[in-house]
Ligand binder design. Structure first.
Ligand code: PMP
Length: 351
């Protein structure tokens, strides 16, 4: 490798996603996927689109899907953007809204993609301290800055912010873009999508990967002022003119239209989360209050990496982060009731 190339790539520390095991079968609680299949209507719509439309190019502006999302949220479609997963939208948003001469803010413990993107685009960033329980203090975001990104609920901590806190941040930062990443909002948090019309500096990013069981389809969406949507479109069009393929669009529309299925599966996930959260306490775990489809837990006497390894040997995969401040925590996605009962039973033997 030439010196030039190795210097360039040395500064790029890529994002490392959770393991997707290939051979052995695990109870997979490590990447916050839904344990339930997507709505049967999604499969039906994909089947129909496969037979009818696959020979044709997709609509580059994804009008029908954007219209469906707009209707769902009571917006117009010029306030909606869609992408191949919310990661792609975030990857467009960083260069679209943040500039190298200003400093952006995000929490010290948060989604590891943010520092990766910031470095990739040569952006300066400050990480804002969370407290010992990973709570986000909105006061710390009322300082001069070049933009803010906040996940609500936060990942991997599961901590959520109240809309009142976010509204204070939005008001105090009217001259810069505030991105609220709502990947986990459907598991009990309050969305700031209703604020989109009030705050032209707000971009809300969501995904169909978690609460709609469609991680494999890769569909994300963003809601914001038409100028922000236009900004995302310009970055997108600099890479490729098509966004989603026909099957992803058909599946996404069917998913958003099946409100009853969405509510039913999320109710199940939330009920299991609450039950497991209680079941962990008699085992001595400290559980951070969660409004996501995962729990962030620590044990005062047993090393987290050791628990991770022992669970893995017993066929259960959770997420361990070898990082300062969170290296004694485990992130556990909520599976089915049967999977979570097995998780608790195995844990009881380890602790
Ligand atoms: N934001 C957060 C906070 C996440 O945890 C994830 C999932 N890893 C994403 C965005 C991206 O999800 P997707 O690209 O599947 O929409």
């Amino acid at each position: 490798m030439s010196k030039y190339w190795s210097d360039l790539t040395a500064s790029l520390v890529p994002y490392v996603p959770g393991e997707q095991p290939k051979g052995q079968q695990y109870i997979k609680l490590n990447t916050n996927e839904s344990p339930y299949p997507p709505s049967p209507k999604v499969l039906e719509a994909i089947h129909v689109a496969t037979n009818a439309d696959l020979r044709l190019y997709p609509d580059p502006t994804c009008d029908k899907l954007r219209e469906t999302i707009a209707q769902y949220y009571g917006l117009t479609k010029d306030r909606v953007f869609v992408g191949n997963g919310s990661d792609e939208i975030l990857a467009f948003a960083f260069p679209a809204f943040f500039s190298a001469d200003k400093t952006i803010l995000f929490p010290d413990v948060t989604y590891t993609f943010y520092p990766v993107y910031a470095k990739l685009y040569g952006l300066r960033f400050n990480t804002v301290p969370t407290d010992e329980e990973f709570r986000i203090n909105e006061e710390l975001y009322l300082v001069p800055n070049g933009g803010i990104i906040l996940p609500n609920p936060n990942a991997p901590t599961a901590r959520f912010m109240l809309v009142e806190q976010l509204s204070r941040i939005l008001q105090a930062n009217r001259d810069q873009v505030v991105i609220v990443d709502e990947a986990y909002i459907d598991f009990g948090g309050d969305s700031v999508v209703p604020f989109v019309k009030e705050y032209p500096n707000l971009l809300v990013v969501q995904t169909l990967s978690k609460s709609r069981s469609l991680a494999g389809l890769r569909v994300g969406m963003a809601m914001g002022h038409p100028d922000l949507i236009e900004g995302l479109n310009r970055i997108k069009n600099s890479f490729n003119s098509y966004t989603l393929d026909r099957l992803a669009m058909a599946g996404a529309i069917a998913s958003i239209e099946d409100q009853a299925y969405f509510e039913e599966t999320n109710r199940k996930v939330v009920a299991t989360r609450e039950r497991i959260s209680e079941a962990l306490k008699p085992l001595g775990f400290h559980v951070i209050e969660s409004k996501a489809n995962f729990l962030f837990i620590t044990h005062p006497r047993k090393d987290a990496q050791q628990i991770f390894n022992e669970l893995k040997n017993r066929g259960i995969l959770v997420r361990y982060f070898n990082k300062p401040r969170i290296d004694q925590f485990l992130r556990v996605s909520i599976g089915t009731d049967e999977e979570m009962d097995r998780f608790i039973a195995e844990l009881a033997m380890i602790i």
